[in-house]
Design a protein. Structure first.
Length: 287
């Protein structure tokens, strides 16, 4: 069966077709289209690879670079019958590294407190809530993800990089998967290392990780559950971070397995505890 594609946008990235015939792999080189001329591409797919009802899309090599309509919206899956023998399609625009990001799907960013009191450490910390874009026009309850190092999560120009979780949440919302509240806890600057190390005075004299974990779990979580529409149970509660923030989140999961069922662990600083035989864990993919 022959698939022919015309595209209006000048873009020299290769084009792939993906669908129910290749397990929706967006960058399968067996399904890369050939250039016929400047804006026309095609591919012939052997009939034995195709079912009677074909669903497919075109990508530039990944879901972050998938086809869009003229308004920058996600296109529905294309559908065609194999008996048609040929399909002719047109793509107006392409995503580029998940962009463009749509303002209407961005999370609502609220400062819960400029100085949230941490009784376990007798100090204060800035805490944010990132709420789904439709939080105040819905009555839904949401899972909650507690993240460390808030300065580096969504603030442009942050000293140690930017996770851009606001952009990632907007993409999830656009795809109908953004129903989660993120609670972002600012790190303690000069106290960061002590707060994020569980119990290792060789690295941080007077390590305070145990107390910090108790703050997030025993003080902050009850406050969030009281003031926001949350799903309070274990299956809908996660914690995470990167580097030392990932390490303390990992320990949080071990210390409170009845509270956290999901951990987002990115590049944890395991060098802090090189001889620690962490117990086996069952990781879940997402909320």
């Amino acid at each position: 069966m022959k698939f022919t594609l015309n595209t209006a946008e000048e873009d020299n990235r290769p084009i792939f077709i993906t669908g129910n015939f290749n397990k929706w792999n967006p960058k399968d080189y067996d399904f890369q289209l050939k250039i016929l001329d400047e804006n026309t591409y095609s591919i012939d797919i052997e009939d034995q690879l195709l079912g009677d009802d074909i669903e497919y899309k075109f990508t530039k090599g990944g879901w972050e670079n998938v086809e869009l309509d003229q308004y920058g919206n996600i296109t529905p899956n294309r559908k065609v019958k194999k008996k048609s023998a040929a399909a002719n399609d047109f793509v107006e625009k392409w995503r580029f590294n998940w962009g463009p990001f749509k303002d209407e799907f961005f999370p609502i960013v609220e400062v819960i407190s400029e100085e949230f009191y941490i009784p376990q450490l007798d100090r204060y910390r800035k805490v944010w809530a990132l709420l789904p874009y439709d939080y105040y026009i819905s009555d839904k309850k949401y899972p909650v993800l507690y993240l460390q190092d808030a300065q580096n999560l969504f603030n442009e120009g942050s000293a140690y990089g930017n996770w851009e979780i606001d952009k990632k949440l907007s993409i999830l919302a656009e795809y109908g998967r953004g129903d989660v509240i993120v609670i972002a806890v600012e790190h303690g600057s000069e106290d960061r290392i002590k707060e994020y190390i569980f119990d290792n005075d060789n690295v941080a004299n007077g390590s305070e990780g145990k107390k910090y974990i108790r703050f997030v779990t025993d003080t902050l979580k009850p406050f969030i559950d009281e003031h926001y529409r949350t799903k309070k149970d274990r299956e809908n509660t996660g914690i995470g971070g990167s580097s030392l923030g990932a390490l303390i989140s990992l320990y949080s999961g071990f210390l409170y397995p009845e509270v956290y069922s999901k951990l987002l662990i990115f590049s944890p600083s395991l060098w802090i505890e090189p001889n620690n035989n962490f117990p086996m864990m069952s990781f879940r993919s997402s909320f």
